[in-house]
Design a protein around this ligand. Structure first.
Ligand SMILES: [Zn+2]
Length: 401
C-alpha cells in the first residue's frame, strides 16, 4: 500500500501512556500510514507528503478495540432461551447443548458465512482485533474445523475443547479429558495460538481445578499459550490456577476474594484479569468490582465474550459504557482496558496503542471525544477505519471521509 495520511483528527487518543489519564491525547492531529503500519504521528499542519489524504472532519480517533474473548464460531439460535430467562419463565432449551447440536449440523460454508457476518458487524462497531474460541464442536473433527474457519479471519484463535463436557461423555468425564488432552489437542494445535478451559466447579458441565490444570499443562506442552475462564459463577480456583501456570489471561473474575486480588496484582506483568460485563448484564448477575482491581494494581482488560448463550453482543463500545456505568471505571480507564489492556491479555504490543511502528488499527468516532463512548451508550458512533479501502475511495474522489 502507498503512503496515506489521516488528517482532520479533532482528538487523537494514542493510548501511549503519556499525559492525563495515560491516554496520550493529541488535538488537531494527523497519522501517516505506510504498509499498514503507523509511520508518523503529529500535528496536522506538519503532516508529511503522501499519496492519499483521508480527512475525518474533526472526529475523534482511538486505537481499534481489541476484543480478546469471543465464541463466534457457532450456528443455531437461542433467542427464546434469552426471552425465557428475562421473563422468569421455565425454559428447558438445553443451553450450550443446543448450540453444539446446531454447530455440528452446519456445513463448513454455513459456519464461515455466519462468522464472516459477525466479523463484519464487530468492525462496524470499532473492533480491529478479535480473539475467537472453538468450543461448540466438542469432537475432534468439529473442534478442528471450527479453528480452521476461525483462522481464516484471525490469528488469535483459541482451542476450547474444554468448554463443557459434552452430554455423550457426562458419565465418563475422564474419557473426555483424555480426548481433549490427546487426539483433539494434537489435531487442533496447528490452528490455535491459545488453549482455554472453563474452570468452574459450580457448573457440573465445566472442569474442576485438577482437570483444568491437566488440560492447560497439556496445551502448554503442545506450544499453546494459556487462557482460563475462571471465577464466573462463584468463588473458585480459576484465578489462582491461571496465575500459578502463568496464563496470559483469566476471564470473567466475577467472584474474587482478597487472596485472588492479591495474586492477580502480584502477577500483573504476566496475567491479565479480563472482565466481561456484557455477561453480567445479559444474565442479571452482579458485576465485578473493577475499580477495586485497578486500585490493587491488577492489569485489566475488557472484552465482549460474544456468544449465543450469555452475551450475544459484539459491541465493545457497549462494554465500555457498562464498565463505566456499572463497574466504577472512568471513561479513560475503560478505554485503556478495551485497547491496550486487552492487547496485553493477548501478549501483543503491536496493537492497542497508536504509536510509530504499530499496526495502523484506527477506529473513528462520529463524536468530538472518546468520552462519547460511555456518554452515548447504544449509539453506533464507532467504526474501524479500513485505511486501504478508504484511501482508494479518497484517491478516486476529492479527499473526504
Ligand atoms: Zn467465554
Amino acid at each position: 500500500m502507498s503512503s496515506v495520511v489521516i488528517t482532520g483528527i479533532g482528538e487523537l487518543v494514542t493510548g501511549d501512556g503519556t499525559g492525563p489519564d495515560r491516554l496520550g491525547i493529541r488535538s488537531q492531529a494527523a497519522v501517516a500510514v505506510e504498509d499498514d503500519m503507523i509511520a508518523w504521528i503529529g500535528a496536522a499542519a506538519e503532516a508529511p507528503a503522501c499519496d492519499t489524504v483521508i480527512d475525518v472532519g474533526g472526529r475523534a480517533v482511538i486505537p481499534g478495540f481489541v476484543d480478546s474473548h469471543s465464541h463466534l464460531v457457532f450456528a443455531g439460535d437461542r433467542g427464546a432461551e434469552f426471552a425465557a430467562r428475562m421473563t422468569g419463565q421455565p425454559y428447558d432449551g438445553g443451553g450450550i447443548g443446543v448450540t453444539v447440536t446446531a454447530t455440528r449440523a452446519a456445513s463448513d460454508d454455513e459456519l464461515r458465512r455466519l462468522l464472516a457476518a459477525r466479523i463484519a458487524e464487530l468492525r462496524t462497531l470499532g473492533t480491529t482485533t478479535i480473539e475467537i474460541k472453538s468450543g461448540y464442536g466438542l469432537t475432534v473433527a468439529d473442534e478442528v474445523r471450527s479453528l480452521q474457519i476461525a483462522r481464516q479471519f484471525s490469528n488469535e484463535t483459541t482451542f476450547l475443547g474444554a468448554h463443557v463436557v459434552p452430554p455423550e461423555y457426562a458419565a465418563r468425564r475422564e474419557a473426555y479429558v483424555d480426548i481433549v488432552t490427546g487426539p483433539m489437542l494434537e489435531a487442533a494445535a496447528p490452528y490455535a495460538r491459545w488453549i482455554d478451559v472453563f474452570c468452574e466447579p459450580h457448573s457440573p458441565h465445566a472442569f474442576d481445578a485438577d482437570e483444568a490444570r491437566h488440560i492447560l499443562n497439556a496445551g502448554a506442552a503442545a506450544g499453546l499459550g494459556l487462557r482460563v475462564h475462571g471465577n464466573q459463577l462463584g468463588a473458585g480456583p480459576g484465578v489462582q490456577l491461571a496465575v500459578e501456570l502463568g496464563a496470559a489471561s483469566v476471564d470473567h473474575c466475577t467472584y474474587l476474594n482478597d487472596a485472588d486480588v492479591d495474586v492477580l496484582a502480584a502477577a500483573a506483568d504476566t496475567t491479565v484479569a479480563t472482565l466481561l460485563p456484557g455477561v453480567e448484564f445479559c444474565t442479571r448477575s452482579p458485576y465485578p468490582d473493577a475499580a477495586r482491581l485497578l486500585d490493587a494494581g491488577v492489569s485489566l482488560a475488557l472484552a465482549t465474550d460474544c456468544n449465543p448463550g450469555t452475551c450475544y453482543s459484539s459491541s465493545m463500545p457497549w462494554v465500555v459504557s457498562l464498565a463505566v456505568r456499572e463497574m466504577g471505571l472512568s471513561p479513560a480507564q475503560a478505554l485503556l482496558a478495551a485497547t491496550a489492556g486487552s492487547a496485553q491479555s493477548l501478549r501483543r504490543t503491536d496493537i492497542g496503542r497508536l504509536v510509530i511502528g504499530n499496526r495502523a488499527d484506527l477506529t473513528v468516532l462520529d463524536a468530538p471525544s472518546y468520552l462519547h463512548l460511555a456518554y452515548r451508550p447504544g449509539v453506533p458512533i464507532a467504526c474501524a477505519l479500513d485505511v486501504a479501502i478508504t484511501a482508494q475511495r479518497a484517491s478516486a474522489r476529492p479527499p473526504a471521509f
